[in-house]
Design a protein around this ligand. Structure first.
Ligand code: ATP
Ligand code: MG
Length: 415
C-alpha cells in the first residue's frame, strides 16, 4: 500500500508494466518495422522547444496553444514549451538543422507529447505519438504515401477492420477563404444556439466550429455548408489525384466533407482514422497537408504532409501481444553450480538465446520460477553436473529430460 506521504505521479501521467507496457512496445515495434518498409528515415527532435515554435505553427486560437500547453520560463528566463505534438518541432529542425538539403524528406519518429487536458479514457497529459512526415513535396503522391503508411500500420497492428479512414480536402487558400466566409454566415445565423466555445470561435476562426466536441453544436455543424461548393478547379484536381492514388494503392477511405483538423496549418488533404471502440476518444491517427507551416516559421515555401497517431489509443485496440518468454532458465543448486550457471548464462545470451537464471529458494522454487517465466527449457545444474561438465536439460512442455555437455547447450536449445 502506498503511504499517504509517498510521492504520487503528476495527474494524467502514466507508468506502465506488464501487458500495458507490452502493448505499447508492440505498437512502437510495428511502427518501426513499417516505417522501414516505406523508407521513412528515423529522426529525433527535442521534447522542449521555444514556445514560439508551437504558438506560430499551430495558431494562437487553437485549443492546444490557448489552453493545453505546458509552457514555462526556464532558469534563464526563456519561454519554453513541452511539445504538444511533433510536426512543429520537425519543421523547426528542417529549417535550423539544414535538413532542407534532403528534400523531399521522409521522416518518422515517436515519443512523448504533453497537453494539459482533462484526463479520461484515451486522454492523458503525457501521451505518446507515432509521427510521420514528408517535407518539401507538393505532389499528390506524397499524400498517397503517408496515407498508405498509416493504412498498412493499422492493418499490421490488426485494427484495420475496426478503424475507418475519413478523408477530406480543405482546398487551397482561395477555397478555404470562400468556405470560411460561408461558414461564418451559417454559424452567425445560429449564434444563439452555439456552445460558448464556438461563439468564441465564430469571429476568430469559424472553420474550427466544425471540429467542436460540444453536443449542442453538432446539428448546426451537420447543416453547415460543405467545402465542395467552394473548391477551385486546381484544388479539386489535386484531391481527385489523391483519391485515385489511394484507390490504386488499395487504401479504403470514406469522404467526410465537414472534417477539419484542430490546428490552423492544414491545407488540401485532411484525414482521421477513427474507431467507435474508444468513445469520444475515437481518433487514433490524424493528419493532413500543411503547405503553409514552414513559411509561417520564417522559412521558404515548403509543401508538406504528415500524421500523428496516439500510441495509448492504438494500444487499447490491439490484441494483447504474447509476453516475452526466455528460451531457457538456468536452475543451479550449490555455489560451484551457480558460478558455472553465470558463465553459461552469459554465453547463451551472447549467442542470441534469451535466457534467465532462477537464483532464489530451493530446487522446487527455482523450477517453479522457470515454469512461470514461460521458459521452453530448464537447465539444471548441481555439483555432479559441474564435475562432469554436463547439465540436465528439461523440456518444460514435454517433461523430457536429458544430459547435455556445456558446450553443446547452445546447439541443443537452438534445435
Ligand atoms: P482529440 O480530438 O482526441 O483531442 P486531437 O485532434 O487533439 O485529438 P491530434 O492533435 O491530431 O489530436 O493528435 C494526433 C493523435 O494523438 C490523436 O489522434 C490521438 O490519437 C492522440 N492524442 C491527442 N491528444 C491526446 C491525449 N491528450 N491523450 C492521448 N492521446 C492523444
Ligand atoms: Mg485534442
Amino acid at each position: 500500500m502506498a503511504q499517504i506521504n509517498t510521492p504520487q505521479p503528476v495527474r494524467g501521467m502514466q507508468s506502465l508494466l506488464g501487458e500495458e507496457a507490452d502493448r505499447f512496445a508492440h505498437v512502437v515495434a510495428t511502427f518501426e518495422r513499417v516505417r522501414r518498409l516505406f523508407g521513412f528515415r528515423r529522426v529525433e527532435v527535442p521534447v522542449l522547444e521555444p514556445t514560439a515554435v508551437f504558438a506560430r505553427s499551430l495558431g494562437e486560437t487553437t485549443d492546444v496553444v490557448s489552453k493545453e500547453m505546458y509552457s514555462f520560463e526556464d532558469r534563464s528566463g526563456d519561454n519554453v514549451t513541452l511539445r504538444p505534438e511533433f510536426t512543429a518541432g520537425i519543421a523547426r529542425a528542417y529549417l535550423s538543422e539544414g535538413w532542407q538539403q534532403f528534400t523531399p524528406l521522409k521522416v518518422a519518429t515517436h515519443g512523448p507529447a504533453f497537453r494539459y487536458e482533462r484526463p479520461q479514457k484515451g486522454r492523458f497529459r503525457q501521451f505518446h505519438q507515432l509521427d510521420a512526415e514528408i517535407l518539401g513535396a507538393a505532389e499528390p503522391q506524397a499524400d498517397v504515401e503517408v496515407l498508405s503508411f498509416a493504412d498498412q500500420l493499422l492493418r499490421e497492428l490488426g485494427v484495420g477492420g475496426t478503424v475507418v479512414c475519413k478523408l477530406n480536402t480543405l482546398g487551397d487558400p482561395a477555397t478555404r477563404s470562400a468556405w470560411r466566409d460561408a461558414l461564418h454566415e451559417h454559424f452567425a445565423s445560429r449564434r444563439a444556439d452555439l456552445s460558448e466555445d464556438s461563439r468564441d470561435r465564430l469571429d476568430r476562426n469559424p472553420v474550427r466550429i466544425l471540429d467542436s466536441k460540444a453536443h449542442a453544436d453538432w446539428p448546426i455543424v451537420d447543416s453547415a455548408p460543405v467545402i465542395d461548393d467552394f473548391l477551385t478547379a486546381e484544388a479539386s484536381d489535386f484531391f481527385a489525384a489523391v483519391t485515385a492514388g489511394l484507390d490504386a494503392a488499395g487504401v479504403t477511405w470514406e469522404r467526410a466533407p465537414r472534417l477539419v483538423r484542430g490546428l490552423d496549418y492544414y491545407r488540401h488533404t485532411a484525414f482521421e482514422f477513427v474507431t467507435d471502440a474508444l468513445g469520444a476518444q475515437g481518433t487514433v491517427l490524424a493528419g493532413g497537408r500543411y503547405d503553409g507551416l514552414v513559411e509561417q516559421l520564417g522559412g521558404p515555401h515548403t509543401p508538406a504532409i504528415g500524421w500523428a497517431a496516439g500510441i495509448e489509443r492504438l494500444s487499447m485496440l490491439i490484441d494483447a501481444p504474447a509476453p516475452d518468454r526466455p528460451t531457457a532458465v538456468l536452475v543451479p543448486l550449490g555455489g560451484p553450480a551457480e558460478q558455472a550457471a553465470i558463465h553459461i548464462l552469459a554465453d547463451l545470451r551472447r549467442k542470441g538465446i534469451a535466457a534467465d537464471m532462477a537464483w532464489r529458494g530451493n530446487m522446487k522454487k527455482r523450477m517453479a520460477k522457470a515454469a512461470s517465466a514461460g521458459a521452453g527449457f530448464a537447465i539444471i545444474l548441481g555439483d555432479d553436473e559441474v564435475g562432469s561438465g554436463t547439465a540436465q536439460v528439461k523440456n518444460l512442455a514435454t517433461g523430457e529430460q536429458r544430459a547435455v555437455a556445456f558446450d553443446g547447450l547452445h546447439a541443443a536449445l537452438s534445435a
